[in-house]
Design a protein. Structure first.
Length: 68
């Protein structure tokens, strides 16, 4: 069984209840799409947050945007 940990970034001006709903909805969606899930932990961060000591994940700097 899988245990999933994921960070998401949300608008820093959201109420805590709204951010929690986004995290909960994501958790439910992942459980539906990925079989054999034991638990999912969603950590909510403010949009644009950067942790210097975090050595994993991607940021907007890592994503190449292509002109239309």
């Amino acid at each position: 069984m899988y245990i999933i940990g994921i960070d998401i970034e949300v608008d820093p001006d959201l109420q805590i209840g709204e951010a929690h709903k986004i995290a909960r909805d994501l958790e439910q969606l992942l459980k539906k799409r990925i079989g054999n899930v034991y638990d999912i932990m969603v950590h909510v961060e403010p949009l644009g947050n950067y942790e210097v000591d975090e050595l994993y994940g991607i940021s907007s700097k890592d994503i190449e945007t292509k002109p239309d």
